[in-house]
Design a protein around this ligand. Structure first.
Ligand code: PEP
Ligand code: MG
Length: 764
């Protein structure tokens, strides 16, 4: 018999070349059968929903029984193994009291049976079985072999289950629930039918050196194409007039400017005169201009390269006479536009009442398509990998803008669930807009403060538009991460000033550089075995005093004449770090005063993210003007669960009783000590958790602009009395599951079931 590790190695080596999940199962059963010299090896997968085991792969039983043989727990020998979560090794299967014969499998010839449960993180996920024709039990070595295999493949099997292999077996559709993940373009949930824009022309396919025909004719074709592209643009703009906000209509100006740019036009004409075809000349010009923007540090300027390419494609389409073909373009009632480098003109060709969502192959989260989708209130997922056009046309697709996912070929169950969510979201959104200027006040009159989390300049206006009462967390590392080197004091000053000015007189809490962990700086490599416990947050900045000093000076200078700056320190684990910061701050203030600048002294806050702070809240409160609870890191360090590790994702839960108890202690401390506290982690944007935070006494939160109105809705809907009673009940509860269930039921009771998906850990 082969050693189990050898078998596993050969399975994993070959697995890399497989094309479908089914093939992986086939490979495993084939290899295990050979290694044990058995007649049959099969894998049954457990459906948690149906509470039954489904034959998913077999080598030795009849193939047509795959997906058809189904056993409830406890039924048949396989059900017996599953129910007891223990192996079963019998010489004569038919004589076992739990034996159940399935004629479609053709298994009547087989006598011996060895079944081992496949368990993943304490949960049964399947059973692996070998069978033989001789009526002798399998050896102990065979048992050990199968136990090892079952343990080693459990991760891969769980992955298949998460990717809906059971439904694939049931419906016999390949690529069922084909999930692609991209970048968050615009939030929301939509279900619709895939439409690829009619445009076939893609400048990418043009040879840059393609020679032209008669120069005059090529020039004439180019001029006509320019004219047609301008016309298309005009029509697109007209489509939106009256319904889209001004800043969206302004996007068209950018396109128009590029199209009318005489330098650009002359450059194309120059290439044509030099002998290139009109298409090749357009491509050359577009590429050289787009490349300049692509190399820029600023993400917004980088995104401009997409605009230039869109314009190029528009002109190329016109050169190919595609504008005329579009008259008969039809769109289904719920259209999900899917395509490569979609442009805003593509979006506007679809009637607005039919456009449900956008999925863009390529394209950045900052592109104008994302901005337009946001303004139209439809979800957009950007930057997804290449998709096969022909396979997906007219398919039903689910677009989840919150998770930046699109699920093609969705199963009926999934479609039903998402349609329900879509409906309740729609109801919710209709009510949200009205909340912009309303205070964050509970129905029983308790006023809270809701601020915005931000880190990109583009985030400024969404927060303001949604009535943010300040910035509760400005993640200053984001501009650092987008640069090719540490940004200068002047550059930083301008960025900070922009935010401070936009929000003045409302407070802006700028967090000092928080790199390390999962936030690397492209130009400053830190190699550590354990980066989350390493050189990050304030540890990094205190050790790099020059970098820190530059940042502090930039913040202080930005605050001149405004006075709404507050500085927050990330990852503090010891009060001496605050002392060290205060010293630098005083030095910076002295320097700037000496330079003649009238810099006001900002308030200084400590982020509570490291559990050690729980035992030194007093010392920290002596040194800080306020606290800000970073629940993302706090949860991760309190529970010792990596927030980015899918293996332990289920354990990462801020509704776990121990996390809630710790937070409640912090809230009580702050109330007693009268030190202001705000909650700025994702927990505050999770409607279920927000109810509890309110009940504990949290009165200030900061959430991303996308979640701001939803948070306000929760606050304006749930009476404080109810929130307090929910918290009282929660304190008696022993498990996170019970807490989730109670809170979700409460949201449903208040008609906020659309919000049960809006955030929250462990529920992807
Ligand atoms: C947090 O840890 O909760 C937090 C707000 O900081 P970040 O997510 O940026 O680490
Ligand atoms: Mg943090």
């Amino acid at each position: 018999m082969q050693a189990p590790l050898q078998t596993l190695r050969s399975i994993f080596q070959e697995a890399a070349d497989l094309r479908s999940p089914r093939e992986l199962l086939e490979l495993i059963v084939g290899r295990v059968r050979d290694a044990l010299e058995a007649e049959v090896c099969s894998i049954y997968l457990y459906s948690e929903e149906q509470k039954e085991l489904v034959l998913a792969a077999t080598c030795g039983l009849r193939e047509r029984s795959i997906g058809r043989v189904r056993l409830p727990l406890g039924e048949g020998l396989v059900g017996h193994v599953a129910e007891h979560m223990h192996l079963l090794n019998v010489a004569d299967a038919a004589s076992h009291p739990d034996f159940h014969f399935f004629p479609e499998t053709g298994e009547d010839r087989f006598k011996s049976f060895l079944g081992v449960p496949i368990v993943h993180f304490r949960k049964l996920i399947g059973v692996i079985v070998v069978q033989g024709v001789n009526p002798t039990a399998f050896s102990e070595a065979a048992e050990a072999f199968l136990i090892t295999i079952a343990a080693q493949i459990s991760g891969a099997i769980k992955h298949l289950l998460d990717n809906d292999i059971l439904q694939e077996l049931q419906y016999g559709i390949t690529n069922l629930n084909l999930k692609v993940t991209g970048l968050k373009g615009a939030p929301g949930i939509a279900v619709g039918q895939v439409v690829w824009p009619r445009r076939e022309s893609d400048l990418d396919t043009v040879d840059e050196n393609q020679a032209g025909g008669i120069v005059e004719e090529e020039l004439q074709a180019f001029r006509q194409a320019l004219q047609a592209a301008r016309q298309t643009l005009k029509e697109s703009k007209q489509q939106l007039e009256g319904s889209a906000p001004k800043d969206v209509l302004a996007l068209f100006k950018v396109y128009k400017m590029i199209l009318s740019d005489q330098n650009w036009v002359n450059e194309v004409a120059g290439h044509i005169t030099a002998g290139l075809s009109a298409a090749a000349a357009v491509k050359r010009t577009v590429e050289s201009h787009a490349r300049i923007f692509e190399q820029m540090d600023d993400p917004y300027l980088r995104a401009k390269s997409e605009d230039i390419r869109h314009i190029g494609n528009m002109v190329y389409s016109a050169l190919n006479g595609e504008a005329q073909d579009r008259a008969d373009e039809t769109f289904p009632e719920r259209t999900v536009l899917v395509g490569k480098n979609l442009s805003i003109a593509d979006l506007t060709r679809c009637p607005q009442d039919k456009l449900a969502a956008v999925v863009c192959i390529g394209g950045s989260a900052l592109s104008h398509v994302a901005v337009l989708a946001s303004a139209l209130g439809i979800p957009a997922v950007m930057g997804v990998p290449e998709l096969k056009r022909r396979e997906l046309q007219n398919d039903w697709v689910v677009v989840d803008g919150y998770r930046a996912q699109a699920i093609f070929n969705a199963s009926p169950e999934l479609l039903k669930e998402y349609r329900r969510l879509e409906r309740s979201e729609r109801r919710l959104i209709q009510g949200l807009d009205a909340l912009r200027d309303k205070p964050a006040e509970t129905p029983d009159g308790v006023r809270l403060t809701v601020m915005a989390n931000t880190g990109l300049l583009a985030d400024i206006s969404p927060g303001l538009e949604r009535g943010a009462e300040g910035v509760g967390l400005y993640r200053s590392e984001i501009p650092f991460m987008m640069h090719a080197s540490f940004p200068s004091e002047e550059e930083q000053m301008q960025i900070y000033q922009h935010v401070l000015e936009a929000y003045a007189p409302r407070p802006v809490h700028i967090r000092t550089l928080d790199v390390g962990g999962d936030k690397p700086l492209p130009y400053y490599e830190i190699n550590e075995d354990n980066p989350f416990l390493g050189w990050r947050g304030i540890r990094f900045t205190l050790d790099n005093a020059a970098v820190f000093m530059t940042q502090i000076r930039a913040m202080l200078r930005a605050n001149v004449g405004l006075g709404n700056l507050a500085i927050m320190l990330p990852m503090v684990s010891d009060w001496r770090e605050v002392d060290a910061f205060r010293k630098l701050l005083n030095d910076a203030l002295k320097q700037l005063h000496a330079e003649g600048l009238d810099v006001p002294e900002p308030s200084v806050g400590v982020m509570l993210e490291v559990p050690a702070v729980m035992t030194c809240l007093d010392e920290l409160a002596e040194r800080a003007d306020f606290f800000s609870l970073g629940t993302n890191d706090f949860t991760q360090y309190w529970l010792a669960v990596d927030r980015n590790n899918p293996r332990v994702a289920d354990l990462y839960d801020w509704l776990a009783p121990s996390v809630l108890r710790a937070i409640a202690q912090i809230v009580a401390f702050c109330a007693n000590r009268r030190i202001p506290l705000s909650v700025c982690g994702e927990m505050a944007a999770d409607p279920a958790a927000l109810m509890l935070l309110m009940g504990m006494g949290v009165n200030k939160i900061s959430v991303s602009a996308a979640n701001l109105l939803k948070a306000k809705w929760v606050i304006r809907t749930i009476p404080m009395e109810r929130a307090r009673s929910l918290w009282r009940k929660t304190r008696q509860m022993q498990s996170a599951e019970d807490i989730h269930a109670m809170l979700d039921a409460t949201l449903v009771e208040y008609g906020l079931d659309g919000l049960t998906r809006a955030g929250g850990p462990g529920r992807t």
